[in-house]
Design a protein around this ligand. Sequence first.
Ligand code: UDX
Length: 434
Amino acid sequence: MQIGIIGTGYVGLVTAVGLAELGHEVTGTDIVADKIDKASQGIAHIYEPGLEDLLKKNLQRGNLRFDHDLDKTIQSSDVLFVCVSTPQREDGSADMTYVEGVSRRIAENLNKYKLVVEKSTVPVRTSTWVKKTIDLYKKGDVEFDVASNPEFLREGSAIHDFMHPDRIVVGVETERARDMLVEIYQAYEDRILVTNIDTAELIKHASNSFLAMKISFINLLADLCERTEAEIESVARGMGLDERIGSQFLKAGVGYGGSCFPKDVRALIKIGEDLGVNMDLLRDVDKINLDRIAIVLEKLKKALWILKDKKIAVLGLAFKPETDDIRNAPSIAIIQALLGEGACVTLYDPQAAENIKAVIPENPPSVVYTRTALEALKGANAALLVTEWDEFKTLDLKKAHEIMDNPILIDGRNVFSPKKVRELGIEYASVGRK
Ligand code: UDX
């Protein structure tokens, strides 16, 4: 089977490399020439642990290649994984322009039977449109199938997630499509869940929204803890020990970000409302998450009263550790709010600074990027930890105390032990803890 990957963004590139690693013949294509040029040379355009090694390995092995020519890639493939982006529109719905465009191109190049697999996160019922579009534009009487195979990988551990999936969801309408996908994922035979296409599409949105709900739930409880003697980490542990609840995704903090959760929650709200379903539950999940920005700012104000002309060091800019991705990163809204208050910010992240610069350009003295965390802390009136990179866990807090103008630390991810930090004479606030 020749596999074509259309769109080599985050999901597409990892899928291409992962499927090649499983031993398949894979060709990746993208409209952004630079991504293809880089991938062909073994360079990943995103920072993802382990990705480049596997990319190089499979390029050398000869079963992975990249091609600028979309038409050629479609024609030579038996299976096409559609991994193009489905960005959020103003009303929260997913913009399906790219998926529609790719469906037309597939139709125009339908030279033999093909299985078209939706890998991008798409609203339930998308496959019906993909099918109709291919039918509308195809020239001859060539057969094809559409299937849904949502991707559940997390950034920062994408390769690990691809190679060790909890489940492979395969939404199909025909036996032929099912057999092809089961063959592709033979290595995970014991974890394949076969459903109809609507179900597979919904599983993806449902999973991400449920996880987002867990995070908003724990953040809501953190607000409660801050007003009582309860401690959020023990509350989370106590809840998580119940196997029905599970301990994961119960870490309180400055809220969820990334390319999936905020977008998928809003997309599911829109889908539900369009179908006449009351989606208030998820509206609140979104609202609780957005409220985190004001709550963290309040903590700074509680420590400094007025933020105007204060120098605030922001540690961690990526939406989570081990990635340079800044899409919907809480840091962006926090920095914008700080600048809105007239504060100056010194910004540090081990990987994501270059990406953030495109959104919040360097503009001294208001916005300064530094090469180390300590450099950001020098002369700061307060520090705000937004992303829990490992290197912050071993930050020299004694040194931080010495070089900051005011030793105030707001820990947005509960990285430090309150007792240890306070013993050093640092004023400290975290999330849902005393
Ligand atoms: C998520 C899903 O986990 C993945 O299955 C899907 O394919 C894509 O979306 P990702 O966006 O890479 O993956 O990151 P994830 O690790 O899930 O974290 C999302 C956000 O939630 C981050 O901003 C993280 O900081 C936050 N988070 C996560 C919390 O605030 N608390 C937690 O307990 C867990």
